[in-house]
Every structure is written in structure tokens, then in C-alpha cells.
Write a protein that binds this ligand. Structure first.
Ligand SMILES: Nc1ncnc2c1ncn2[C@@H]1O[C@H](COP(=O)(O)OP(=O)(O)OP(=O)(O)O)[C@@H](O)[C@H]1O
Length: 277
């Protein structure tokens, strides 16, 4: 029998583990008047290279889950581990991209915005930070705008800067909270295509929040369906990127998702099946 050293055994164990493990996670907000349970005993695993989507109606706790993975909120029950280590605060191994267009520092150029995070986190300095920033700005097709200020950019361009800034940190996982929700329908579709192209080139791992069924199908290779408030796991599905008809059920994936999410309640809570919304 082959005997392995403890270190080797640990490496092998880690290789077999998912990158991110969310186990029985209940998340709550305590306000003076109320105790709000945002998610209840949620389980899911994200493996390296996954485009993992959290999908569910407004208020089901998608953003709260992302915040907890980001390390901004601690579970009252359950555990969240990244590479086998319990998350106990924010860190450069998890970078967030938000919906808002005002994530950039207005007094810094596009390139300086990307460099700022690299320098402030102590990851890179000087010429190395500049090179890394330019490398990722090229990936999001913004080389020409490296010296522009954020106020001169469109909403879609600002989101591309925010994506470049997060990617330049080369995190273990990119956390995206409805990053395209505030864009017009056409730009949103273009950004979805660009994100997929970017993924083809680098195969980064992304945890993506949306309440658009078609966006989830297009972006995700795996989709976690969460029930309405408090968010609980309803199902986990694979997606090939197409809203294809399943031969067994005769249903489109979007119809199946809709049924899974709303079958019991018979309700229509602010979910959309339009790609651009
Ligand atoms: N800071 C907070 N204090 C108290 N309650 C909060 C806070 N943030 C969120 N909540 C509550 O937690 C629940 C989940 O909110 P969350 O924003 O995570 O949902 P969501 O699924 O991301 O919704 P949306 O799609 O509308 O963004 C909601 O009931 C919300 O009102």
C-alpha cells in the first residue's frame, strides 16, 4: 500500500474539494425592531471554473448570500469555506462587482482605478500594477479609455472597468451582484456576451446573482433556485446556455425554472424572463 505524507494527503483532499462550500447557511439581519431571516439553511458547492448563478425572486436573499461569501456578514447557522478555510471577513481572494455605476473613484482615471485596488491591497506596485491594469483593460476592450475619467464613460463601460478592476486582483472567485441590471436591454445583452468571451479566455470562477431567468440560463453553467423570502434552495440545475426544450418534459428550461420557483405559491413575484431585464 502506498503511504502518503500528511502534507500530500492534505493537498489531495483539497484538490477533491469544491472551491467554495456553503453548508446549511442561515443569514439574519438584526434591527432594533425586527429579526429578518434572509436565507434558511442554504447548501451549495462551487467548483473551479464554475459560472454559478443564484436565481430567485426579489428579497429571497441572493445579495445577502453574496455578502456572506464576501465576508461582510457571518452566518448564524452553518459554514462557508473557500479552499477549505472558513470565511471570517473580506479578503482579496473574493472580489465584488456591484450593480451601481458609481463604484469607481471619480477623481482617478480608468487605469488608476484598476491600479488603486492592486496597490492598496499590497498586491502590486508601480510599473507591475500598471502593466496588470492595462492587461485587464485590454481584456474588457477599454485600452483606448485607460486615461479617461469615469464621468466620460457610458454605464456599460463603467461596468467593464469594475470587472477589469476585480479581475486584475486575480481572485479565487468573482462575486457579481446583478452587475448588468441597471443597463439598457441592448447593452445588457452585449455585456453578457462579453462576460462569456472573457470567461472563455481565462476560465475564472464566478458567483453571479440575478433575478432574470434568461440571464441565469445564458450566464450560468449551474443555477441555484431559491424560494421567496426567506431564501431556501428549491433546486440546482445545469445550463448549456440555451433556453432549449427538454425532450422528456417538452418544456423549455425557462418554463421549468418558472414552475419550480412558483409552482406551490402560484404567484408571480418580480421575476423576469426577458434577457434584457
Ligand atoms: N441591511 C439590512 N437590514 C435588514 N434587512 C435587510 C438588510 N438587507 C436586506 N435585508 C432583508 O433581507 C432579505 C433579503 O434581502 P436581499 O437583498 O439579500 O434579497 P435579494 O434576493 O438580493 O433581492 P433583490 O433581487 O431585490 O436585490 C429581504 O427581506 C431584505 O428586506
Amino acid at each position: 500500500m502506498l503511504l502518503r505524507s500528511r502534507a500530500e494527503a492534505e493537498v489531495l483532499e483539497r484538490l477533491g474539494r469544491p472551491l467554495l462550500e456553503v453548508r446549511g447557511v442561515t443569514l439574519q439581519y438584526k434591527t432594533k425592531q425586527h429579526l429578518v431571516t434572509a436565507t434558511y439553511r442554504v447548501d451549495f458547492n462551487v467548483v473551479e471554473g464554475d459560472r454559478f448563478v443564484l436565481l430567485g425572486p426579489s428579497g429571497c436573499g441572493k445579495s445577502t448570500l453574496l455578502k456572506a461569501v464576501g465576508g461582510f456578514l457571518k452566518p448564524v447557522e452553518g459554514t462557508i469555506t473557500l479552499k477549505g478555510h472558513t470565511i471570517d471577513g473580506p479578503g482579496p481572494d473574493r472580489m465584488m462587482v456591484f450593480q451601481e455605476f458609481d463604484q469607481l473613484l471619480p477623481w482617478k482615471t480608468v487605469k488608476q482605478n484598476v491600479m488603486f485596488t492592486l496597490v492598496a491591497s499590497g498586491k502590486l506596485n508601480g510599473r507591475a500594477a500598471e502593466e496588470k491594469a492595462l492587461h485587464y483593460l485590454e481584456k474588457v476592450n477599454l485600452t483606448k479609455f485607460a486615461d479617461s475619467y469615469p464621468h466620460t464613460l457610458s454605464g456599460g463601460m463603467k461596468q467593464r472597468v469594475a470587472i477589469a478592476r476585480a479581475m486584475a486582483m486575480e481572485p479565487d472567485i468573482l462575486l457579481m451582484d446583478e452587475p448588468f441590471a441597471a443597463l439598457d436591454a441592448l447593452t445588457r445583452r452585449k455585456m453578457q456576451d462579453e462576460l462569456l468571451q472573457l470567461w472563455e479566455g481565462t476560465r475564472f470562477t464566478v458567483l453571479f446573482v440575478t433575478h432574470s431567468i434568461l440571464e441565469a440560463i445564458k450566464i450560468g453553467n449551474r443555477i441555484l433556485l431559491l424560494s421567496a423570502h426567506p431564501g431556501q434552495v428549491k433546486a440546482e440545475l445545469n445550463s448549456t446556455g440555451e433556453d432549449a426544450v427538454d425532450e422528456t418534459t417538452g418544456l423549455r428550461l425557462s418554463d421549468r425554472i418558472h414552475r419550480l420557483l412558483f409552482a406551490e405559491q402560484g404567484e408571480e413575484v418580480s421575476m423576469t424572463t426577458q434577457l434584457g431585464h
